[in-house]
Design a binder for this molecule. Structure first.
Ligand code: 26W
Length: 845
């Protein structure tokens, strides 16, 4: 084992230029295995091979013909390769020589680990070589890994991209999250309807995690508080008769890109405490004790599948407190181990970044730990807490803003509620000072929302306690400051800042698109992988005919690969010669999958009417999950499937148009989709999508965007220029101005195309055997209160799509635009985003 590692490292240190070669061969697809063996220095691969053999035969007693077993053996082998560097990183960070960042998030949408680990450790080729003598190939084994789907969508995947960039930028960052037994549900389609199935991703075990039972933490719930006055007259509070739950860390490695750092994603699992069991047991109530044990372990059982709407469930609050308390205790313990209980340097050496309000209960918990467990007074504890917590907001949608009933907190977390009240009382003094005599202001800004059922406003709690509040794209931050959080902006303008999102170019280019990666590296060298702005150099090749041909060949081959997945999952045949027009993301009205479907119906009508002049043959793909309780989103999925059925079963239509809904869209699906996409649909109602990150993945992989002036689209447009972006629709100001007198009928009259589409929908053409099922969708489009303004943007969207067809007809021109998109995507590397967090928020190294 050690032999392998030593040699692997030696190779890397001594042959610097070999890096380029290596990255040319990172692809399992791009270079045949036999070529690789020929080119290869085989010492490391022999050692890798030996470890692997032990894993396959000895240690695991596995069957080498079973893909799953082979995958487990390979994963364990690679984990062994990681362990030493992982330990070194931990020991180094424990010395606290640089600022420690904790990224607190209820979601980490990590996807698969193997391919990324091989890329980061530069072991892809060695692994290929070591696998040679077995029947399985690397690609097949990678496919056997189940996605770690511990997130809903953008927010969770952002956390995963950030961890990759933090490690690659050599930052001491720990991700803290929950080890859900069941991740994001698996989406099946039955008669075109979404059906949810549990995702037991840990079924076969998780070869990447390390259980750290000796670092367990106890988290209290329920009980009540009492206070006493000490001899000096100071009041102290104790939280007693609690029901405690153990938090057991399960650590996942987060390798930096070929830099020797391996950071940690620490996921907490809830387990019943022994004494808790024992007490009940001694009372003779054995079954009750076991039932309680279940109750404790329920906390980390399942990820809530709500994207952008809070549901107020008690178990969700328990998850939030469980994560926050366990993580903060862990952070404080590590600090105390080095600095003792002198907390004067704590905020200089630590920062906690809150990924939305989900972990914001960490604020009063931090106060509790500093005061009740470590004896600090209020002012000391507040000075430390408010200098070490920072908050990122990810949405403007009011229905996504978390509020917890005071009653629920009082019962579950009585001490925490007391502290929230105290924070509020003290902070409202500042408000009163700033707006003397303005009681409405006090009520509007209070952390406690009064009323029949008083609630705690978690966003306000987070803002009050944080030294930094950031939005995730320019427009989003501007709207936070001028709208949702305007009062707070007036009070504390300096807290607010923007950090436009980004995505990791390792997973979203190097790993998922090896053909393009290889082409880029041949032209530019491989340093784009850690400095994506170098891609601007591609602009020099937009007139290079050979390069254009190669670029087209890459896209074509990627499209061929994707057609296989579509054929398998959707039973629809996509042709790589046709344009691939893709919208994949969570299903939500504001994201306007409906607008896309209406356009498909419009194309269908044109083709059926033999009005095909200027049409470019297209394959339209939509994919995404609906929250299980979101009826309208589920209807939209059904509509997509019914329309797809009509389109694909008409042989007169299919030469021009094919349409598929891909079930169970997830990280691994996106890795196959974005390299093969020609046209990326980013068509949300302006002002509603905080940033978007799928938009960036498509751009990096050379897709053109059709999009509104929303979220990070605006910045993408800035980078690539209007000539290389299909812009349409109302902007955010226009949307808000139109809102009070929006009249969809006016737009329907002005757009014959939209009129026809609606007529066909109303005729029941797509639901002959299920009359009425799309009535709610039709009503929503015609509703003057339709916040998403589908009708208002339809005509502009249709015209923009015509332009898309025109440009696509000129493949040379299209390819030049595609190259310019990749070239301009450097700003959207999460390395860039994280550098800004590091310099402007964290003030770390
Ligand atoms: C409490 C339930 C809940 C769950 C998720 C409320 C809100 C959310 C989010 C708003 C989830 C989310 O994924 N937001 C997305 O965050 C991305 C990363 O910043 C952005 O790119 C997306 O625009 C934003 O919708």
């Amino acid at each position: 084992m050690t032999v392998t590692k030593g040699k692997a490292r030696e190779k890397k240190n001594t042959v610097k230029t070999a890096k380029i070669k290596v990255s040319e061969k990172t692809s399992p697809k791009a270079v045949s295995a036999s070529d690789q063996v020929k080119q290869h220095d085989c010492d490391p691969c022999e050692a890798l091979d030996a470890t692997f053999k032990r894993q396959v035969q000895g240690v695991l007693g596995r069957d080498e013909n079973a893909t799953n077993d082979m995958y487990s053996a390979l994963a364990s082998t690679i984990k062994l390769q990681l362990l030493e560097q992982w330990r070194e990183t931990r020991l180094k960070d424990n010395q606290y020589q640089q600022k420690q960042v904790a990224y607190l998030s209820l979601e980490f949408l990590m996807g698969r680990t193997l391919g990324n680990a091989l890329l980061s450790l530069d072991l892809t080729d060695d692994t290929h070589a070591a696998l040679k003598q077995y029947s399985a190939d690397l690609e097949t084994l990678q496919e056997a890994e189940l996605d770690a789907g511990l997130g809903n969508g953008g927010l969770g995947r952002l956390a995963a991209c950030f961890l990759d960039s933090c490690a690659s930028l050599d930052l001491a960052v720990v991700g803290y999250g929950i080890r859900y037994e069941y991740g994001m549900f698996k989406q099946k389609l039955v008669d075109g309807y979404q059906v949810e199935q549990p995702d037991r991703w840990l079924r076969e075990g998780n070869p990447w995690e390390v259980r750290m039972a000796n670092h367990a933490i106890t988290v209290p719930f329920f009980g009540h508080t009492e206070s006493y006055v000490d001899l000096k007259g100071h009041r102290h509070y104790v939280w007693i008769d609690t029901q405690d739950v153990n938090a057991i860390p399960h650590d996942m490695p987060v390798p930096g890109f070929r830099n020797g750092r391996i950071n940690t994603l620490r996921l907490w699992k809830a387990e019943a405490t022994d004494d808790f069991d024992l007490a009940e047991f001694n009372d003779g109530d054995y079954t009750e004790a076991v039932a309680r044990k279940n109750l404790a372990e329920q906390i980390t059982m399942v990820l809530y599948p709500n994207d952008a709407s809070e549901n107020g469930k008690e178990l969700r609050l328990r998850q939030q407190y469980f994560l926050s308390s366990a993580s903060l205790q862990d952070i404080i313990q590590r600090y105390v181990a080095v600095h003792g209980t002198d907390f004067s340097r704590f905020s200089e050496l630590n920062v906690m970044q809150l990924n939305d309000t989900h972990p914001s209960i960490a604020v009063p918990e931090m106060m509790r730990l500093l005061m009740d467990s470590h004896g600090l007074n209020w002012d000391q504890a507040w000075a430390i807490t408010s200098k070490s917590v920072a908050y990122t907001n990810h949405t403007l949608l009011p229905e996504a803003l978390e509020r917890w009933p005071v009653r629920m907190l009082k019962h579950m977390l009585p001490r925490i509620l007391d502290i929230i009240y105290e924070i509020n009382a003290r902070y409202l003094e500042d408000v009163a000072h700033h707006w003397p005599g303005d009681n409405d202001k006090l009520a509007a800004m209070s952390i406690i929302e009064e009323g029949h059922e008083p609630h705690v406003r978690m966003a306000y709690l987070a803002i009050v306690a944080s030294f930094s509040v950031n939005g995730v794209a320019g427009l989003h931050t501007k709207l936070l400051k001028s709208g949702l959080f305007n009062d707070f902006y007036q009070l504390w303008p300096d807290k607010f800042n923007n950090k436009t999102n980004g995505v990791t170019p390792r997973r979203w280019l190097a790993h998922c698109n090896p053909r393009l990666a290889q082409l880029l590296t041949r032209r530019l060298g491989d340093s784009w992988m850690t400095d994506l702005t170098q891609l601007t150099a591609l602009n020099a090749f937009t007139d290079d005919k050979a390069f254009i041909k190669q670029w087209q060949a890459v896209k074509y081959d990627n499209k061929v690969d994707l057609t296989k997945l579509i054929a398998q999952e959707c039973e629809v045949v996509f042709e790589p010669e046709m344009m691939f027009d893709v919208q994949v993301k969570r299903i939500h009205e504001y994201k306007r999958q409906l607008l896309n479907i209406l356009h498909v119906i419009h194309l269908y009508q044109r083709i059926v009417a033999d009005d095909t002049e200027g049409l470019q043959p297209r394959c339209v793909l939509i994919g995404g999950k609906a929250a299980p309780g979101y009826a309208m989103a589920k209807q939209i999925i059904k509509l997509a499937n019914n329309v797809a059925h009509m389109v694909n079963s008409d042989p007169l239509v299919t030469p021009f148009l094919r349409f598929a809904f891909l079930p169970n869209y997830n990280v691994s699906a996106m890795e196959k989709i974005c390299p093969a996409t020609d046209l990326s649909e980013q068509i949300s109602t302006a002002g509603k999508e905080a940033s978007g990150t799928g938009n960036m993945k498509f751009m990096m992989n050379g897709a053109m965007t059709i999009g509104t002036l929303d979220g990070a689209n605006i910045e993408m447009l800035e980078e690539v220029g209007e000539d290389n972006f299909f812009l349409f629709g109302l902007n955010a100001d226009e949307v808000s101005q139109l809102k009070p007198h929006y009249n969809p009928q006016q737009y329907i009259q002005q757009s014959p195309a939209l009129g026809h589409v609606l007529e066909m929908l109303k005729s029941g053409h797509f639901n002959l055997v299920e009359p009425g099922i799309f009535d709610s969708i039709i009503a929503a489009i015609e509703d003057p209160y339709d916040q998403w303004m589908i009708a208002a943007d339809f005509e502009a969207y249709r015209v923009a799509q015509e332009k898309v067809s025109q440009v696509y007809a000129d493949q040379h021109h299209w390819t030049q635009m595609s190259i310019r998109n990749t070239a301009a995507s450097g700003r959207f590397s999460s390395d860039n985003t994280i550098s800004a967090y590091r310099d402007e928020i964290w003030h770390a190294k």
